[in-house]
Design a protein around this ligand. Structure first.
Ligand SMILES: [Zn+2]
Length: 164
């Protein structure tokens, strides 16, 4: 069975099981959303937000992209923040990075000419890596450099003023 078909079948099964477990689940969701958290995470398939946080539909307002990047001048991410804060009035904004991030690793390597959009997207991360070059170069292990830059990236996300 091809994967898209398998996903559709799994979705039908999930909906049936969810409705059987909680008959008012979907009618409650249809009333609207009031998540308390905006989660900005990486698009990496290994860090699915609701799965790793044990959350249910309606619990989180989620934006995911390569390397959980937030650019204040990016309308995609900015519109998510604007809506989350001004309309949904979330109480918390979480930028969640992860170790072993391929987007972070790419920012420490020469740009891949076959990925121009990715290169543009991670350019601020490359800049952050240059800013912290001495600290990153102190790690002889590549994995340790990638993981430290992932940490620095999350810390950097909370220090820049943003105006949604
Ligand atoms: Zn990642």
């Amino acid at each position: 069975m091809n994967r898209p078909k398998r996903l559709l079948i799994a979705n039908v099964a999930w909906a049936r099981e969810t409705a059987a477990r909680n008959p008012s689940f979907f009618s409650n969701l249809a009333q609207g959303q009031s998540p308390h958290v905006l989660w900005i995470g990486c698009a990496d398939s290994r860090v699915p937000t609701e799965t790793i946080t044990h959350c249910e539909p309606g619990d989180l307002f989620v934006h995911r992209n390569i390397a959980n990047l937030f650019h204040p001048d990016d309308d995609n991410t900015g519109s998510v923040l604007e809506y989350a804060v001004r309309v949904l009035k979330v109480g918390h904004v979480i930028v969640c990075g992860h170790y072993g991030c391929g987007g972070v690793r790419a920012s420490l390597m020469p740009p891949d000419p076959s990925l121009p959009r990715v290169n543009r997207r991670i350019a601020p991360l490359c800049s952050l890596a240059r800013t912290h070059r001495a600290e990153l170069d102190a790690h002889t292990d590549e994995r340790a450099r990638v993981d430290r830059l992932a940490e620095l990236k999350v810390l950097d996300s909370g220090t820049k003023p943003t105006t949604p």
